[in-house]
Structures are given as C-alpha cells and as structure tokens.
Design a protein around this ligand. Sequence first.
Ligand SMILES: [Zn+2]
Length: 428
Amino acid sequence: MIRPRLIAALALLLTPVASIRAQRGTLVPILIRNVSVIDGTGAAPRAGMDVVLADGKIAQVVPSGRATGAVPDSVIDGRGGFVIPGLWDAHVHLGTGAWGDRAALLRNALLGGVTSVYDMAGDTRATSDLQRAVITREIAGPSIYYVALIAGPAFFTDPRVLDASRGYAPGAAPWAQSATAGSDWVRIIATARGTGATAIKLYTDMDSTSVTRATAEAKRQGPKVVAHATTFPGLPSDLVAAGADMLAHSPYLVWQGSPRTADFPARGRGNFAGVPVASPSVERLLQSMKERGTALNATLWVFDRQANDDVGRARLAWSNAVTKRAAELGVRIVAGTDGLLGDQRDPLPSIHRELELLVNGAGLRPLDAIAAATRNAAWSAGVESTVGTIAPGMVADLLLLEKDPTVDIRNTRSLRVVLREGRVARMQ
Ligand SMILES: [Zn+2]
C-alpha cells in the first residue's frame, strides 16, 4: 500500500508558511482571516468571514474583523479561499497489513484532506490500535471510527472474514460474530460494543427476523446499525423497516425488485435492466428510507472503478441513478469510497473522486456532496454534534481550499491547509 511516488509528491507540497512553521503539530490559537465559509450543512458559502480556532475547537465564526478577545498570533490569510469541514471517507477498510504501511496510508489520507475515516469491517484489534495511535499522536492520521460485523453462518467461510478473525473459531470473534434469528442478541450486541465499535454492521446470510432482532437490540444498547443494503435473503426494505441507520452500496438496492435469494456472491450482478430505478418497488423503498431516516452510503467510487464491462457499466449507471433519486427525495447521502487511497493514478484520496461522482454522476449540488462527506458522515457515526460542520464549539477539522468547490467540485483538490483538531497537518 505504500506508494513512494505519492509520499514524495506530498512532501514537496509541505512547505509551510513562515508564521505557522513553529506551530506545526502543536496546539495554538489560529485565526483564518477573510475566507469564504462553507459550513457543511448544505448552506451557501458566506464570504468575508474570520474563523478563530482555540483548544482544538472552532471558537468564533464572524464577519472579518469582528472577532472578540485577543487576536491569535498565528494568522492564515484566507483571502480568495474557501474553508470547508475536513472530509470523511465513511467507507474504508484499513486492513491488517504492516504497521508502517497502514500508518503511511493514514498520513497520506490526512495530508489529502481526509480528517475522519469510518472503517466498515475488519479486525478491530488492528483498527483500534491505529485509532489509539492517532489519538495519542504517535502517528498522524484521520480520526478513526469502526464497526463490528455480524453475519449469518454462511459468511464464515469467506477468506476476508477468516483473515480478520485469526485466533478465533469462525464466527466467534467479537468483531465478526456469526448469528441466526434464534441467537442471544443481547449478548451478541454487548460483545460487539465491547470492541469499541461505533456501529454494528449487518452483512449477509441474515433474514428479516435476524435483521429485526439485531436492530432492535442495537437500538436498546446504543450502537448505530449499518448494513450491506441487501443481507441475502434479507431485502433492503427489511433493514429500513427494522430501523437500520444506513445502507451501504447503492447498487445493492436493486435487489428490492427481485425475489428473495441467499445468493450473496451474486450481490454485484443484480437485475439492473429489469428493475429500473423508477420501478414502484425501488421508489417505495427510497420513500421509506426518507420517512424512516435511513441514510445511503453510496460508494460510487468502487463501482466506477469496476465499470470495465457491460455488467459494471450497467451497475454504475444504476448506482448513479438511484443515488440521484434518493437525494431528490431527501434521503441522507453519506460519502464513502470503499477504497480510501485505492487509485494509484490519483495523488489524492479517493473521496475527492467520490465527490465528483456524487455531483457529475448522481447530480447532487456540490454543497450537498460536501455535506455528504462532512455533516452526514459525522451523523452516520453518531458524532454530528461535535464534528463535521463549521460552527462555534465544533472540533476544528478544517480544509482551506484555493478554489471554489461550489463552481467545480474538483476544487476540493485545491488544498492549501489541512487542520485536524486545530493542529496544522498540512500547509502549502
Ligand atoms: Zn466495504
């Protein structure tokens, strides 16, 4: 996963502005002066603002020159620039590779503007150790949130889940539990929570009874519920009816229009031609997602990458269209890639491409795509009251962009400054 070319390229971009050089990585009050603020809620940019940071938080957001109290010594001139909340990639898999490789991956993600990641299944022993190392600042990286997976017994022959569960019998690891409708759900959810997971993730070989019981107990004990959008034989509508918080992977919604099947390996080869997005079953599903507050973790990036044949192209077109319709109906869209830094040709994290796909593929307004990767992503991890938007009291995870992302979403790539928890991670 280490890519020396990328690291060298980023190192060249790391020439700091003199006034901030001494404070790199340390926590001092900072004034970002005379900048346009895009706050992550979908609201229009506010030009000519000052943003004051103190103690790792946003202290003031005021018209330029109107800040109260002592002016911080560290000033970033924001004139002509745009400040947005730090981006989330709300669908990653950090894996269990060598420590140095994963630390480099996280560092490059942060330097590329990703200030939070949401790991959607893996070995939580490894993931929580990375989380700890970021919190203690042993390594530089985004804030890390993760899930604990639950699936039916049939999934526990999959090499990925066996790899993530080494040392345990298949289905017995606390972060990768096997369960059926008749399982002791109180114990299963309590065990999952014990891993430090933000959410449980329901995966496959789960019927509507399993899904309903898992979700009900999770709601009682507290963790969020995310799910593969179809849990074979469970349908998307089973998850929505049960009260799941978020469905992952847009194309799996197509299974709503097909007879129930346990054929999980076919998940990416749904009946895209026979079940158009405008069909009543899909429309009803999307409307119920809006009514129940079920978010869609679209992951267009990974399907864009796989659009190399007829099936892949049909899947991407369908994914774009269903995400578009969901957004039109007011379903909360959450941005995640399933690939963090997965494109060797792209010097920046994949979330920038995901934003482009959300706008140019799924037709979201740039402001709504930014909200999908900031406020909505924070919501999906249950931390929207502290991170993901720009307002006094919020964690100072911020990007200063050179160019306006509302006129061209690709301008999220014009990174000048990355701040995480009020510390300068990158300054160009
Ligand atoms: Zn994934």
